[in-house]
Design a protein around this ligand. Structure first.
Ligand code: ATP
Ligand code: MG
Length: 257
């Protein structure tokens, strides 16, 4: 199953969710590929890979640009991480050129989908980290995905931005990927002390499910990030790790439906 973690708003824990969920799914015996579609390379770094030290043309950008793709080429870009069953297609800052360079490419929205076709059967889950924008990179992620997880921080629920996000998803469903579904909306960085923000938490947004699991705010996430590790490997007993464990159970249950 290919899942994009998507929200055009910045800082809502997309990258944290990608690396933490990926880490947790491997603890359930799943084989996972993380695809970093964000030039900020936060999920690349979060899995212990220094984007500054990557060689030229060794990122997802190489594959998006390639007109004659084949499986060996895709496998050549996939990196092992220091964690079992957790692989990565990294990104670096040069991926930001893609928005312009690939703007006129043939089938420019389907470039990532074509890349992943070669390897999707090799993994139980492919998790895509999206940039905080609605450009070509995010569009490619949405077209390549079966499902979306939409992280949201409390206080963001009634905003125009969420309506805009859902309109975008609907447009992709109508025109580019009719199979795309929203697995759920995920409340992140939840702070029980901020009662005023939490009061606005609905149980559904339009018709979309909100995961039962709420990811609590936890300083261990930042310590993990400083150590370039997913929090479930950095501190298994932390609140955030416990929450991502519960999220993984919901994600696994969704796959069995
Ligand atoms: N549960 C949490 N508790 C505390 N801090 C968190 C938690 N989740 C994420 N953060 C912090 O919030 C910041 C933003 O998280 P993250 O980078 O995952 O968001 P993002 O949506 O990927 O951001 P961007 O839109 O820039 O890609 C980071 O500094 C991260 O450490
Ligand atoms: Mg991010």
């Amino acid at each position: 199953m290919i899942i994009s973690v998507f929200n055009q708003k910045g800082g809502v824990a997309k990258s944290t969710t990608v690396t933490s969920l990926a880490a947790t799914l491997t603890k359930f015996g799943k084989k996972v590929l993380v695809v970093d579609m964000d030039p900020q390379a936060n999920s690349t770094l979060g899995l212990g890979v220094d984007d500054e030290s990557l060689e030229e043309d060794s990122t997802i950008y190489r594959l998006l640009k390639e007109q004659r793709l084949h499986k060996n080429l895709v496998e050549g870009i996939i990196m092992e991480t220091q964690y079992d069953n957790l692989h990565l297609i990294p990104s670096d800052i040069f991926l930001s050129d893609a928005e312009i360079v690939l703007a006129n490419a043939m089938n420019r929205e389907r470039l990532l989908a074509k890349v992943l076709k070669f390897v999707q059967d090799d993994y139980d889950y492919i998790l895509i980290d999206c940039p905080p924008s609605l450009g070509l990179l995010s569009l490619n992620a949405l077209v390549a995905s079966d499902k979306l997880i939409v992280p949201l921080t409390p206080g963001f629920f009634s905003s125009k931005a969420i309506k805009h996000l859902l309109t975008t998803v609907n447009r992709v469903q109508d025109n580019l990927n009719s199979e795309l579904g929203i697995m759920g909306i995920l409340v992140t960085k939840y702070d029980a002390r901020k009662k005023d923000l939490n009061a606005g938490l609905p149980s559904k947004i339009l018709d979309y499910k909100i995961f039962d699991t709420i990811i609590r705010i936890d300083s261990q996430v930042e310590y993990a990030q400083e150590n370039m590790m997913p929090v479930p490997f950095y501190n298994e007993k932390s609140k955030a790790s416990e929450d991502y464990m519960n999220l993984a159970k919901e994600v696994l249950a969704d796959g069995e439906k």
